[in-house]
Write a protein that binds this ligand. Structure first.
Ligand code: MN
Length: 229
């Protein structure tokens, strides 16, 4: 049967150094997964498990395309994150088996309307408008993992107009990639094509139109783009 209007295009992320693309299914995100960032946001890293939330797949931006400053906010924040790309999935996955689901890794930005997130936290309301908006998930090409080290313990950095703002290492994550996959799979049936943003280290702050963001994870990838009016 014909569609009443053209169906949306498949969202795809390039696979590094190949002509292949990774078709995106869902985007899951972890909040509060680096102890220094939990402290800067006023929390106790050991008190609560990570928060899960999601973004729509079409929030993805690839190929260093410029990002338009989001509507309805005056406090748009960057958060650099390790992104896990799943090549398979399941439910109730054991942590010991979880890394078998991983296809590869990328570096991404979890853009956040921090003013709306603060209001949502204050009033106990959902985070959707603070997190799941258009162009809120720029991501690098995906690097298929090549050995048992997976993402390694590489340095994760973000610079704003050439000044380093976030600088940590992946071994500072409170929950590991395997633990995140296992926990997420208790709530959702994970599938090939899912992306998981794994949380950000300390140093988040706001951007303005005209800014240039560069983010990198050693051994994983990098991304560099402008914020437009
Ligand atoms: Mn985040």
């Amino acid at each position: 049967m014909p569609y009443v209007f053209p169906p949306p295009e498949t969202v795809a992320v390039p696979v590094k150094d190949s002509g292949d693309s990774f078709a995106v299914n869902r985007i899951y995100c972890v909040g509060q997964n680096y102890s220094d960032h939990v402290k800067e946001m006023g929390g106790d890293p050991k008190k609560n498990p990570p928060v899960f939330f999601s973004k729509p797949a079409n929030a993805i931006v690839v190929d260093n395309v410029p990002v338009k400053y989001a509507t309805a906010t005056t406090n748009l924040h960057y958060e650099v994150e390790l992104v896990v790309a799943l090549g398979s999935g399941g439910t109730n996955i054991e942590a010991s088996e979880a890394l078998q689901c991983v296809y590869g890794y990328a570096v991404g930005i979890d853009f956040t309307r921090r003013d709306l997130q603060a209001e949502a936290k204050e009033s106990g309301r959902p985070w959707d408008t603070a997190k799941g908006f258009d162009q809120s998930a720029p991501v690098s090409a995906i690097s298929p993992f090549e050995n048992e080290k997976h993402h390694g313990d590489g340095r994760i950095t973000l610079s704003l107009n050439g000044e380093i703002k976030q600088d940590s290492t992946l071994n500072q994550m409170i929950w590991s990639v395997a633990e995140i996959i296992a926990e997420l799979s208790r709530f959702y049936e994970l599938k090939a094509g899912d992306l998981i943003f794994t949380g950000t280290p300390a140093g988040v702050s706001s951007v303005s139109s005209g800014d240039r963001i560069k983010a990198a994870i050693t051994g994983v990838g990098e991304i560099e783009f402008d914020i437009l009016d």
